[in-house]
Write a new protein. Structure first.
Length: 97
């Protein structure tokens, strides 16, 4: 199960391998902020509290945009974090803005 917590809407959805966290939130109408979908604006910054091993490794865009400490603490960009394997994942939108 994939638990998405947006600004005001939270939903548990079936994760789809190959889709980003942002794709999932858009598909299931969870209010997830974003502007660019390329990892530059960081409006889709989120915290993965469970299941980070089920996501792809941080992308170059995330490494350039997020601090190393943020990545170690489980922060990702929703537009870059792709579901890579099955398993429970919990993600909460935590934008800078």
């Amino acid at each position: 199960m994939l638990e998405l917590k947006g600004r005001t809407i939270s939903k548990e959805v079936e994760p789809e391998i190959g889709l980003t966290i942002l794709n999932h939130s858009d598909k299931h109408k969870v209010d997830w902020g974003f502007s660019c979908t390329k990892g530059k604006c960081a409006r889709c910054r989120c915290h993965v509290s469970e299941g980070i091993a089920h996501l792809n490794e941080p992308t170059e865009a995330e490494i350039l945009r997020l601090e190393p400490e943020e990545i170690k603490e489980g922060f990702r960009l929703g537009c870059q974090a792709v579901v890579a394997s099955e398993g429970p994942i919990k993600v909460k939108l935590q934008t800078y803005f």
